[in-house]
Design a binder for this molecule. Structure first.
Ligand code: ATP
Ligand code: MG
Length: 400
């Protein structure tokens, strides 16, 4: 490498740089586990291009603005110590111009429309599997069609999505070269740290995030079984409250773990929503968990006052830990068909897209809908399952 920046690549990073710089492929699809040093590798590769070639245009794309800005800031910070290598830093447009006349511009794939019409010599997309497929097919790919020399698509897998498909092209299309490495391939990480993560994470999460395996349905937490209503004698409810953007959803299961009722409401007053929820709880005499985080106690009390049996209602406070617990226990039960759901379009869709994000900093898994989707139906189902499970295991209902 030329005198780039602050960085001595570890042997596995070096291997990838060598391949990029000494082979003639166009697309390098780099699939590697967390904390390998992917982002640092890509930053340094892009600086290598910027400092060794004249008047070229390079684009850096991250899924969201915050990530892209962070990489810009890190580059800017590094150059503060090396004023001889850059000409200009444009902090509002996130462009760095080097003494070679080459530029690097930073973008986020959230607003991929902003990139229409650009052409680049080099393109780097970090966390590619979290970039919307359409950002790639409709915009990004076209920016390197004419002048494009090399494209780095770097990521940890996310199920078998568009990143997986491109990764499969190695050996089929000579323009593509793929890599797979794991977090263990970073010799700077103590392997026992990764072993620890293995103990605390669900198996499919660990294999995807650290071993970079394209886990079948890796992004699909649930494989729910849907069946029509069967009636019942005892009922357990779960309510996820929401009013404007989000829905209020009530789910009710019978004593066999079969969903017998689910409905959602929004764009209405709290008193009207509460009334409809309470009417159904009364109709089924369902022992019900109500998630109270988002709206507080007032709505819970209102609901309680509308219920024939006040003791039927119990507050549920979600934390990232309790959310993880109830989702994972419902996921396991749904695989065993110990809980089944009503075949309703919007609910099926919610189950399909429901996913997790692994946060390497906090080392937590956060479950939820991808940005722009709903998960209130899944959550209400999970609260009703929790109510069902508590009673079943204890034989009695304890107020918590
Ligand atoms: N060759 C290296 N020399 C020194 N530090 C390194 C090297 N490679 C990576 N690191 C450090 O290891 C940490 C992880 O690097 P980086 O963020 O690039 O990894 P990543 O694979 O992109 O991780 P993630 O999957 O979480 O995005 C950073 O603190 C980075 O500075
Ligand atoms: Mg990274």
């Amino acid at each position: 490498m030329a005198q780039a920046v602050l960085y001595t690549p570890h042997p596995n990073q070096k291997l990838i740089h060598n391949c990029i710089n000494n082979t003639e492929h166009k697309y390098y699809v780099i699939n590697i586990g967390r904390q390998f040093g992917k982002t640092l590798l890509a930053m340094n590769q892009m600086l290598y291009w910027a400092l060794n070639e004249r008047k070229i245009k390079i684009a850096w794309v991250s899924p969201v603005y915050r990530q892209s800005k962070k990489v810009f800031d890190e580059c800017a910070k590094a150059f503060a110590k090396r004023p001889e290598i850059y000409r200009n830093l444009n902090r509002s447009d996130l462009i760095i111009e080097y003494i070679t006349g080459s530029t690097i511009q930073f973008f986020s794939a959230e607003r991929y429309d902003n990139m229409r019409g650009f052409t680049f010599d080099y393109l780097i997309v970090d966390e590619f599997s979290y970039v919307h497929e359409r950002a790639w097919t409709e915009v990004l790919r076209a920016t390197v069609l004419v002048r494009g020399k090399k494209v780095l698509l770097i990521s940890t897998p996310r199920g078998k999505n568009h990143f997986y498909l491109l990764h499969q092209l190695d050996g089929i299309n000579p323009q593509y070269k793929s890599f797979t490495m794991t977090s263990y391939d970073n010799p700077m990480i103590n392997p026992t740290e990764i072993d620890d993560a293995k103990l605390t994470l669900p198996d499919h999460v660990f294999r995807q995030e650290y071993l970079a395996e394209f886990v079948e349905g890796g992004a699909n937490i649930f494989s729910p079984f849907f069946q029509s209503e069967n009636g019942g004698t005892k009922f357990y409810g779960g309510v996820d409250l929401g009013r404007s953007n989000d829905y209020t959803v009530l789910s009710i299961l019978n004593e066999k773990g079969e969903q017998v009722f689910i409905e959602r409401w929004r764009h209405d007053s709290w008193s009207s929503i509460s009334k409809r929820v309470a009417d159904k709880i009364n109709e089924y005499n369902a022992i019900t968990y109500v998630e109270v985080n988002s709206v507080g106690d007032a709505i819970f009390e209102q609901l309680q006052s509308l219920c024939n049996t006040r003791e039927n209602l119990h507050p549920f406070i979600t934390t990232s830990k309790s959310k993880q617990d109830i989702i994972e226990s419902m996921a396991i039960a749904s695989q065993r068909k110990e809980v089944t759901f009503l075949p309703i379009d919007w609910l099926q869709k919610e189950f399909e897209v429901f996913t997790f994000k692994y946060n390497p900093k906090s080392r937590n898994v956060n479950y939820g809908a991808p940005y722009g989707f709903h998960d209130d139906g899944v959550m209400a189902s999970a609260f009703s399952f929790e109510s069902y499970k508590k009673l079943k295991s204890s034989g009695e209902y304890y107020i918590t």
